[in-house]
Design a protein around this ligand. Structure first.
Ligand code: DLL
Length: 433
């Protein structure tokens, strides 16, 4: 196993628990003193910081929500004066105001460590050329990956996203050995490399892809196109950015760095904590963050935690790929539909279609319409109309089996769905307009 922070990464479970308890007690005390909203919520529950003595007390603590960040915009939830904040990031949701997060110098160092642990696990180091094609700027992807790659001593190629042909040219000319971007952009880069006829000139070994949900089949499609191993990285601005959880060399779930974050899975309706292995909403508590700490933050990501030990020897708990967000869930004709369920069905079809798809929902005469547009492959495109119709029918049937409702499936021409350079826009819900 790689040597990066080995002592922390393989710490026995009892020791992790002890460390978490100490850090939680510290965090609750300082937040009570410095964050007005947290103090108010504790007071409402009749709780004092001294009531929290170990991680077992975590369920007593109040939840926090994305709305809190909007209500206290921009700096109202920081736990240190702004003169100690060395950087801010922000994310703009689909609705309403931006949310703003802040980091102290130590917070940035911890963040770099999280990403560096992953890169080391994948065998990356000083000899590697890491092309960072996540967006730089207020989005955490670019600078997050950049910090990790710098910490391992790799040569960083800070591309940011966009300008796809230039990305490929750079990959070839500069000999990039690792690529960091969203999975949908990775696929697009793979397609473009094929078009330019340079796939065999790529020297990529590893891809670090995240920021949006993606399936196992999507992983294989990307690995195929770019000739690398594709690894999943998870994170959110509110908790830190990329690197809250990362896959190791076994690609079998993402280790949550539990010396810094305590994950819980709860029932999103009742708030009750669920046992490991059950599916529910992922909740995080940051126990080392100084600038912008959060207690029991409701991510809205639907996920499962895996308590079984990992083959790599790391002891930190793993999370499965999030299967969607509770707020991304579509309710179509009364049925709950997650975009990831649709992706799974589409990706099980095989070579006749591509992983590029878009879901369009609308309401006509008080009834929801549900269309799924999927790009066919070049080979099917060249085929006859009959086989296209047959495939549409078969996809419709498979979707009905999984979702319980009917969709209108349209196989559309290759390359006709708009590509994304960041997070893909899979759903167009015109009902909200
Ligand atoms: O997307 C941070 C990030 C950047 C993660 C680069 C990984 C790589 P936000 O823009 O705040 O932060 O969006 C966070 O994106 O709550 C999830 O719903 C989703 N998400 C992030 N990573 C994954 C992943 C960044 N690996 C939101 N799989 C989160 C599925 C993911 N969903």
């Amino acid at each position: 196993m790689a040597m990066w922070q080995k002592e922390i990464e393989t710490m026995p479970r009892e020791e992790i628990k002890k460390l978490q308890s100490e850090r939680l007690v510290w965090q609750v005390k300082r937040m009570y003193e410095n964050v007005e909203l947290f103090r108010r919520r504790m007071d409402e529950k009749g709780l004092k910081p001294s009531d929290i003595t170990s991680v077992d007390d975590l369920p007593k603590l109040p939840f926090s929500y994305k709305q809190d960040l909007r209500d206290w915009y921009p700096y109202g939830l920081f736990a240190v004066p702004t003169h100690d904040i060395v950087r801010v990031h922000a994310s703009s949701g689909t609705t309403g105001k931006k949310i703003v997060v802040g980091y102290t110098e130590k917070d940035i160092k911890d963040w770099d460590d999280c990403v560096a642990r992953m890169m080391t696990a994948l065998g990356l180091g000083k000899d590697d050329f890491v092309q960072v094609s996540y967006g730089y700027g207020l989005f955490t992807g670019g600078l997050g990956a950049h910090g990790g790659a710098t910490a391992i001593g790799a040569t960083v190629i800070p591309m940011s996203s966009g300008n796809t042909h230039n990305q490929i040219q750079t990959m070839v000319d500069f000999g990039s050995t690792a690529l960091c971007c969203t999975p949908s952009y990775a696929l697009y880069l793979g397609e473009s490399a094929e078009e330019l006829g340079v796939t065999d000139k790529l020297q990529l070994k590893a891809g670090i892809f995240g920021a949006e949900p993606w399936t196992e089949d999507m992983r294989h499609a990307i690995e195929d196109k770019l000739g690398l191993k594709a690894y999943d990285i998870y994170g959110l601005s509110e908790i830190m950015g990329p690197g809250v959880a990362c896959e190791c060399e076994y690609q079998a779930g993402m280790h949550v760095w539990e010396d810094m974050f305590i994950p819980e899975i709860i029932d999103p309706d009742t708030g009750e904590v669920l046992p490991y292995g059950e599916q529910g909403e992922l909740v995080f508590t940051t126990i080392t963050k100084e600038g912008f700490p959060l207690i029991r933050y409701r991510t809205r990501d639907i996920c499962q935690l895996i308590a079984e030990p990992c083959k790599c020897g790391r002891t930190h708990i793993r999370m499965k790929k999030p299967c969607g967000r509770s707020d991304d869930m579509l309710i179509i004709r009364g049925v709950n539909v997650f975009p990831s369920q649709i992706e799974e069905v589409l990706m099980s079809i095989g070579g006749d279609i591509t992983p590029n798809y878009q879901i369009v929902v609308d309401r006509v005469n008080n009834t929801d319409t549900f269309d799924v547009n999927v790009e066919m492959s070049e080979s099917l495109f060249a085929d006859d109309v009959k086989s296209i119709e047959k495939l549409e029918k078969s996809i419709t049937q498979k979707l009905r089996d999984v979702l319980g409702i009917g969709a209108n499936v349209h196989l559309v021409n290759p390359k006709s769905i708009q590509r994304s350079e960041g997070k893909a826009k899979r759903v167009i819900d015109n009902r909200k307009l």
